[in-house]
Design a protein around this ligand. Structure first.
Ligand code: A3P
Length: 296
């Protein structure tokens, strides 16, 4: 960590043109050579897409709706974040993953081209969750303000430009969502959307169940919907990141479980900013069959 002005700043570096923390870049060979297993389940996403939410849903499914079992540990200890590298005494994603007995559930924000190739070789199942760009940039901005391990976002106006240019950790949102979209038909990937989950959690959880080849009673399904709702997760210390040291995550600046609402971007974008964003968006997403809803 470096002190830049009054901010603690992580140093960043690029790996194949994608911005990552310096700690990730220094650990890159190990990350790239990570050994996946055929019964692994990977939850992949761009930052702030609803990863934690999906993790909680999957954990509830795997534990047949047993809330206590899902409170056995923090989200970040239950599901190793494979590329996330921290100095000792903190556990890095790789250490946690290697020690974990199968079947493992893991998380990544890597763009598809940087996914350790053993995941493809072992044909592990992957759930990719995507969220519309406007709500993602808002959520990413507030998270960057409260998370000391992420680069300081600057002002909202500045951050929108940095986001559009893809000069944020894990690179361009546009390339990320398109890259995984294009990969989904060649691999065992379930591609889901934050907005759909919000609109009809039951329908989306049923998609996940089918993908995981799992059947559960209606009562369990209803329990999962309730336990993974925004309001319940917001008050669950094992899912809301409040157990993380305040020097890393300062929820008094902006809580991790912030709004959880599609369309919150409307309270951030000015009319001009929105028009410019849309114009740039059309260019960057041209030719793709992937579409998003920016409100529900
Ligand atoms: P907001 O900042 O818009 O509130 P990730 O887990 O990928 O970092 O994503 C975090 C975003 O998902 C935050 O968005 C957070 O509030 C939202 N989120 C987390 N759990 C949720 C839930 N159960 N329902 C809806 N949104 C949720």
């Amino acid at each position: 960590l470096q002190l830049v002005g009054k901010y603690i700043q992580p140093e960043t570096k690029e790996v194949n043109g994608i911005l990552v923390t310096k700690m990730i870049s220094e650990n890159w060979d190990n990350i790239w050579n990570f050994q996946a297993r055929p019964d692994d389940l990977l939850i992949a996403s761009y930052a702030k897409a609803g990863t934690t939410w999906t993790q909680e849903i999957v954990d509830m499914i795997q534990n047949d709706g047993d809330v206590q079992k899902c409170q056995r540990a923090n989200t970040f200890d239950r599901h190793p974040f494979i590329e996330w590298t921290l100095p000792p005494p903190f556990n890095s994603g790789l250490d946690l993953a290697e020690k974990m007995p199968s079947p493992r559930i893991m998380k990544t924000h890597l763009p598809v081209q940087l996914l350790p190739p053993s995941f493809w070789k072992e044909n592990s199942k992957i759930i990719y969750v995507a969220r519309n760009a406007k709500d993602t940039v808002v959520s990413y901005y507030h998270f960057s303000r409260m998370a000391a391990l992420l680069p300081n976002p600057g002002t909202w106006e500045e951050f929108v430009e940095t986001f559009k240019a893809g000069k944020v950790l894990w690179g361009s949102w546009y390339d990320h969502v398109k890259g995984w979209w294009d990969a989904k038909d060649q691999h065992r990937i379930l591609y889901i959307f934050y907005e759909d989950m919000k609109e009809d959690p039951k329908r989306e959880i049923q998609k996940i169940l089918k993908f995981l080849e799992k059947e559960i009673p209606e009562e369990t399904l209803n329990k999962i919907i309730y336990h993974t709702s925004f309001d319940v997760m917001k008050h669950n210390p094992m899912a809301n990141y409040t157990t993380f040291p305040i020097s890393f995550l300062d929820h008094s600046i902006s809580p991790f479980m912030r709004k959880g609402m599609p369309g919150d971007w409307k309270s951030h974008f000015t009319v001009t900013q929105n028009e410019e964003f849309d114009k740039d968006y059309q260019k960057k997403m041209a030719g793709s069959t992937l579409t998003f809803r920016t409100e529900i």
